[in-house]
Design a protein around this ligand. Structure first.
Ligand code: S3P
Length: 459
């Protein structure tokens, strides 16, 4: 697929539903009692994988497109699937479902595409095993395929080395079925959609600030600071400021509910950055989720001098949303590190590309997690931006971008990573010559209509 410079981007976009929240609505609805009605469910391939996995475990799910209806059978209402569960390209499906499957009274095998079969699963195998689950990597490489035999689970107090909502959520879901309280501490608070939605479905989950206070994301949830890791895991190590602990009590049952999925800020990010970095542009993004554990990009845009306005801020099913207006801006470099990283982890490829159009240096650090996403996003961003003439250095845990050099079109590869494909479609609109993206189709993972929406704004 090819992209050339555009003269400006104008108009409104309503991005599709949030991927993380969509997954959770079907998962939690499937193990809740009664009907869950989901509005604005993301019809991307990842979220369709989640629907198909639960249908294979006997859950009646009707996908009407605009509305998804899930007839949950309760915490013990899943049945043994006849086939292997295929999670496709979806890390969220693979990891969260593992937490649920660890407590069932049947055996199951989980797998996914070539990318999923390379992504690290030790991060969930270890805590779920500590809870008493029988979970193993079939090929012994700590990756999928995984076999899981449900067991009686015990509550644990676990300290995760990485700030990962997928790890935290897998443990919390297993914790629903455990014989006592389960605690998960992470170095920085990651997205808290599971905590919000589990409570909304009737579970008992709370968040405590585990480190000294950097409360920008954990605001309102802080209890007395405990600056040391809870027992379990690898002993008592000091935690950084911003560390957070999620605590869940076992549940009798969850109850189905109505879920309004807000637009995905990770999808909106491509248009936010496109509007800021393309001259003569003004874009209004409608109904975007701005949960503080996801909205780090808004903070970074403001730090870089971007012209961004939040309009009509409101609360959906416990998830704040707003319309967001952006206009072309003179941007300057910034440093992106520490507690903000988990709140914009999926947006970093697009932010790195935008930094090429900012004056001065942008440093991204503490983001080694980018290496284990759908592609190694540090290496792939460095490779593709360099091909377009940018001055970029790859580091162990991020990128250093010296902005201000004009970019030229090049042949770039998405590495089958949807966020890389969308990043370079936008970047190609701000470069001389032709940018050709190999493997551009993978946007169907999270945003099937992306190219049509981008094209409409460029007219
Ligand atoms: C997600 C969490 C993040 C994110 C992914 C979706 C989720 O992954 O990158 O796209 O829905 O919980 P990690 O938990 O591995 O950081």
């Amino acid at each position: 697929m090819e992209f050339t410079r555009c003269k400006g981007l104008h108009g409104e976009v309503t991005v599709p539903g949030d991927k993380s929240i969509s997954h959770r609505s079907v998962m939690f609805g499937s193990i809740a009692k009664g009907m869950t009605e989901v509005h604005n469910y993301l019809q991307g391939a990842d979220c369709l994988s989640t629907i198909s996995c639960f249908q294979k475990m006997g859950i009646e799910i009707e996908n009407r497109g605009d509305v998804v209806l899930v007839r949950g059978n309760g915490l013990r209402g899943l049945s043994r699937p006849e086939q292997v569960l295929d999670c496709g390209n979806s890390g969220t499906t693979t990891r969260l479902i593992s937490g649920i499957l660890s407590a069932q009274d049947f055996d199951v095998t989980l797998t996914g595409d070539a990318s999923i079969r390379k992504r690290p699963m030790k991060r969930i195998i270890e805590p779920l095993s500590l809870m008493g689950a029988s979970i193993a990597s079939v090929n012994g490489n700590d990756c999928a395929p995984l076999t899981i035999s449900g067991r009686k689970l015990h509550g644990i107090s676990y300290t995760s080395k990485v700030a990962s909502a997928q790890v935290k959520s897998a443990i919390l879901l297993a914790g629903l079925y455990a014989d006592g309280e389960t605690r998960v501490t992470e170095p920085y608070l990651s997205r808290n959609h599971s905590e919000i939605m589990l409570n909304y479905f009737g579970a008992d989950v709370r968040t405590e600030a585990a480190g000294a206070a950097d409360s920008f994301a954990a605001a309102g949830t802080a209890e007395p600071a405990d600056t040391f890791a809870a027992a379990g895991g690898s002993g008592r190590a000091p935690l950084p400021a911003g560390a957070a602990t999620a605590v869940i009590r076992p549940a009798e049952e969850l109850h189905g509910n109505l879920v309004e999925v807000p637009g995905d800020i990770s999808s909106a990010a491509f248009f936010l950055c496109a509007g800021l970095m393309t001259p003569n542009s003004e874009i209004l993004l409608k109904n975007v989720g701005i949960n503080p554990t996801r909205a780090g990009i808004l903070r970074v845009i403001r730090d870089m001098g971007g012209d961004l306005t939040l309009l009509d801020e409101r609360a959906g099913s416990g998830e704040p949303t707003a319309d967001i207006l952006v206009r072309s801006s003179s941007l300057h470099g910034t440093v992106i590190e520490g507690a903000v990283i988990p709140t914009l982890i999926d947006e970093l490829p697009m932010i790195a590309a935008m930094a090429c159009f900012a004056d001065g240096v942008t440093v991204i650090r503490d983001a080694a997690e980018l290496k284990v996403k759908e592609s190694n996003r540090i290496a792939v961003m460095a490779e593709n931006l360099t091909a377009m003439g940018a001055d970029v250095t790859e580091t162990e845990d991020g990128l250093i971008i010296r902005g201000g050099r004009p970019l030229h079109g090049a042949a770039v590869d998405s590495h089958s990573d949807h966020r890389i494909a969308m990043t370079f479609a936008v970047t190609g609109l701000c470069a001389d010559g032709v940018t050709e993206i190999a493997g551009a189709d993978c946007v169907n993972i999270s945003y099937p209509q992306f190219y049509q929406d981008l094209d409409r704004l460029a007219r």
